[in-house]
Design a protein around this ligand. Structure first.
Ligand code: ADP
Length: 244
């Protein structure tokens, strides 16, 4: 099993901004083939954790992926170690087609040979990603005219063809229609079966249909962890969400 050791191990993660502690002693273990939700009210520290894992924010503690320490590395080195992320606003090449976007992502870091590939047809990983993200029928559509949800899926597809083995997705269903949310749910489940996926979400409702485990953050610390049903029944979680 090539990816058996693709697990994320966060230990004692700590992030401060000018003396303000945004993330405090966070431990998080996510194994390969697991889809983990990271939830919590605004300001809980979710995005800061993702920023720390991807090298965008200075942090102390330890973040290991597949046994490799990521803290202190530059963002591009972390990306090359197989870590990919999306942001709340999708960043795709609007002037290029869906297929061209994926082809560029597939070739990232592999030099100009990518361009030659187009003559030899669509590479298998790109074809697979098109199927996974449900955009095979829109392969020749310019990304700029895709619906909001479709752009988010394309961005996830770009991570897939880049061979990201740890995907960190920041509120992927924000701004989506109900139909798009349901499709995104299926997409996340498919991707989560093979790779290590962490999804930042603040909407508890979206998690309901997943069997995945949920980590609840509050004021920079882990408040609760378990299945959706378990964390929902946790009085501390209810207090934070309902202000009870
Ligand atoms: P969440 O993603 O859970 O909404 P964030 O990780 O964005 O929360 O923020 C956690 C806390 O850290 C918040 O109080 C936020 O104001 C603070 N914070 C985040 N980024 C910075 C920054 N660059 N400088 C100062 N404070 C920040």
């Amino acid at each position: 099993e090539r990816f058996r050791h693709d697990y994320l191990e966060v230990r004692g993660l700590h992030v401060e901004f000018d003396g303000f502690v945004a993330v405090q002693s966070v431990d998080l273990t996510v194994v390969q083939g697991e889809l983990r939700f990271l939830i919590g009210p605004n300001g809980a520290g979710k995005t800061t954790i993702v920023d720390a894992i991807t090298g965008l924010t200075r942090a102390s503690g330890s973040v290991r992926f597949g046994g490799t320490e990521l803290l202190g590395r530059k963002t591009h080195k972390i990306a090359r170690a197989g870590v990919g992320r999306t942001f709340q606003t999708a960043s795709v090449f609007e002037e290029l087609t869906v297929l061209q976007n994926l082809d560029i992502a597939a070739g990232a870091g592999r030099g100009p040979l990518t361009l030659l590939r187009q003559r030899r047809g669509v590479p298998e990983p790109v074809e697979q990603a098109l199927e996974t993200i449900g955009l095979a029928h829109l392969r020749d559509t310019r990304a700029g005219i895709l619906a909001h949800g479709q752009k988010q899926w394309l961005e996830i597809g770009m991570l897939l063809v880049q061979d990201a083995r740890l995907l960190l997705l920041d509120e992927p269903v924000a701004g989506m229609s109900q139909a798009e949310r349901e499709q995104t749910g299926l997409l996340l489940q498919r991707v989560g079966e093979q790779r290590t996926v962490v999804v930042v979400e603040h909407d508890m409702e979206f998690l309901r249909s997943f069997a995945s485990s949920v980590t609840v953050l509050h004021m920079g610390s882990v408040l609760s962890e378990g299945t959706y049903a378990q964390v929902q029944a946790d009085p501390r979680v209810q207090e934070v969400y309902l202000g009870a």
